[in-house]
Design a protein around this ligand. Structure first.
Ligand code: ADP
Length: 242
């Protein structure tokens, strides 16, 4: 339940997060943002985000876990709403876009399915050199649908937050979209996630409409330690202590 998910303020107070040396961001939203280690399918919140694929019929990683925990009703709902209605030649959910469904047997009320960019095709084989990677992340021709991967990843977070507010949902939990099977580098992906959310909360009356944004890091994945270290390092930069 949400009461057990600690806020950034509580993590700072417990010494689990360290204040940054310096940050250009003002302290804000410390009671609205959480870092949580665990399984996103166990969270009892208004909405969890799924790192889905364009077909919206399930897949590996967190997508598979969400579909298993939600039961077959999830796949059926997605098929009826988005697969059967997709126009000829178009996919149920293009990269960078999101689609909402109910949570079925999950403890969360809704699932927002977000399709992140895949770099997996380009990164097959040995890890790319930094220069190659930097080019890749900004190269619209190397990624899906002629768009820049970094912009597509930012869209996943932005669109999820917009759909949350449109549906009057108060909490949202995100996995690290695209950083598993899709191969997006963790530091760059985390910067995009944190920047997009910080900017969204800062705009207009958004902070009034959002009670909690939770970053969920899977504690049993092959890259868990890397992911946790990255969020611990970058979160205090975007959300510094008061
Ligand atoms: P993508 O294809 O978008 O890269 P993955 O599912 O392969 O999606 O990985 C995205 C992230 O989700 C990874 O950080 C992975 O460790 C994490 N993950 C996998 N299972 C879960 C889960 N049950 N709860 C939260 N995060 C999960």
């Amino acid at each position: 339940p949400l009461a057990e998910v600690k806020t950034l303020r509580q993590l700072y107070e417990a010494g689990d997060l360290r204040a940054p040396a310096k940050s250009e961001y003002k302290p804000a939203f410390l009671d609205k943002v959480s870092l949580h280690l665990g399984d996103i399918t166990k969270l009892q919140v208004d909405a969890i985000v799924n790192a889905a694929n364009s077909g919206l019929q399930g897949g590996g990683g967190v997508d598979g876990s969400i579909h298993r925990a939600a039961g077959p009703g999830l796949k059926a709902e997605l098929r009826e709403k988005y697969v059967d209605t997709a126009k000829a030649g178009s996919v149920p959910c293009p990269t960078g876009e999101v689609r909402i469904s109910t949570g079925h047997e999950l403890p969360s009320k809704y699932v927002i399915h977000a399709v992140g960019p895949s770099l997996a095709w380009n990164l097959r084989g040995p890890p790319a050199e930094d220069t190659k990677l930097a080019t890749l992340l900004r190269d619209p021709t190397s990624a899906s649908e002629g768009k820049i991967p970094a912009a597509l990843l930012a869209s996943c977070y932005q669109n999820s937050l917009e759909v949350m507010v449109e549906n009057k949902l108060k909490h949202i939990a995100f996995p690290c979209i695209s950083t598993g099977i899709y191969g997006y580098p963790i530091v760059e992906a985390t910067e995009i996630a944190l920047h997009t959310i910080r900017t969204f909360l800062s705009a207009d009356d958004h902070a009034d409409k959002v009670e909690r944004v939770i970053f969920v890091l899977f504690d049993k994945g092959p890259d868990s330690e890397r992911d946790i270290a990255t969020y611990r390092k970058l979160l205090p930069h975007f959300f510094p202590q008061e």
